[in-house]
Design a binder for this molecule. Structure first.
Ligand code: NDP
Length: 240
């Protein structure tokens, strides 16, 4: 059996592609989700990958869920913090609730996902932490003060974890996807989507599998010297 990999939000969208790629590469994969039981059941039926339901925003639930995964499958050696949400609004209309929901899920959620399993990685002298950030954490985005703050925060998290984990054989890296063809993006009106695509030099949206390939690269045993890095995968949609 291969190393155990955990993917939060791993049953839909980009996370689904990551789970499938890691499985294809020989990892024993666990995928978490928040509440979409139907999508999770369909995913397990199709892939045989076990799913676990908990809210990444809650530390105790995360700790309990992670312990259950390790009891079922063995120590988690690769963790992909992918679960994320948006609650967009221009800043003058953004409510404290919208701010806190996104911070709690996207930023505190990363802490809650990595912190409980970090001591085990240190003891075993191996770990791969991969956080799915966003181009909007690199460049900011209208109506996404909350989301951009969390995604920029991800970059600070991995750079710091990289320094703490390096001697213990642990790497921590981030991937910043540009616009990817998931349900979220495909649900926006065609006109808006066309205007998004017109800003991407590649002339198309990215595919979830293209992000999954970045994860597989960072997860591998051979990537041990790549630590604290950010991979941008955005079709040359550079930012200033
Ligand atoms: P989706 O909305 O398609 O999927 C999100 C996943 O996260 C779902 O599995 C969902 O569970 C899970 N999730 C959401 N909230 C929680 C929570 N509180 N606890 C546990 N799980 C949760 O998102 P995408 O695939 O589009 O995005 C994945 C990641 O990539 C996110 O971090 C996003 O910010 C980032 N990203 C996406 C881009 C894009 O263009 N799509 C671009 C740049 C970054 P459930 O299925 O139960 O709802």
């Amino acid at each position: 059996m291969g190393r155990v990999a955990l993917v939060t939000g791993g049953s839909r969208g980009i996370g689904e592609a990551i789970s499938k790629k890691l499985q294809a590469d020989g990892y024993t994969v666990a995928a978490t989700y928040a509440g979409n039981d139907e999508a999770a059941a369909k995913f397990t039926e199709e892939t045989g990958i076990k799913t676990y339901k908990w809210n990444v925003a809650d530390y105790d639930s995360s700790k309990e869920g992670l312990a259950q995964v390790e009891a079922d499958l063995g120590p988690i050696e690769v963790v992909v913090a992918n679960a994320g949400i948006t609650r967009d609004a221009p800043f003058h209309k953004m409510t404290p609730e919208q701010w806190h929901q996104v911070i709690d899920t996207n930023l505190t959620g990363v802490f809650n996902t990595v912190h409980p399993i970090w001591p085990g990685m240190r003891e075993r002298k191996f770990g791969r932490v991969i956080v799915i950030s966003s181009i909007n954490g690199q460049k900011g985005q209208f109506a996404q003060v909350n989301y951009a703050a969390t995604k920029a925060g991800d970059l600070g998290i991995v750079k710091s974890l990289a320094q703490e984990g390096a001697r213990a054989g642990i790497t921590a890296n981030a991937i910043c996807p540009g616009y990817i063809a998931t349900e979220m993006v495909m649900a926006v009106p065609e006109k808006v989507r066309d205007s998004i695509i017109s800003q991407i030099p590649a002339g198309r949206l990215g595919e979830p599998e293209e992000i999954a390939r970045c994860v597989a690269f960072l997860a591998s045993d051979e990537s041990g010297f790549i630590n604290g890095s950010t991979i941008s995968a955005n079709g040359a949609q550079f930012f200033v």
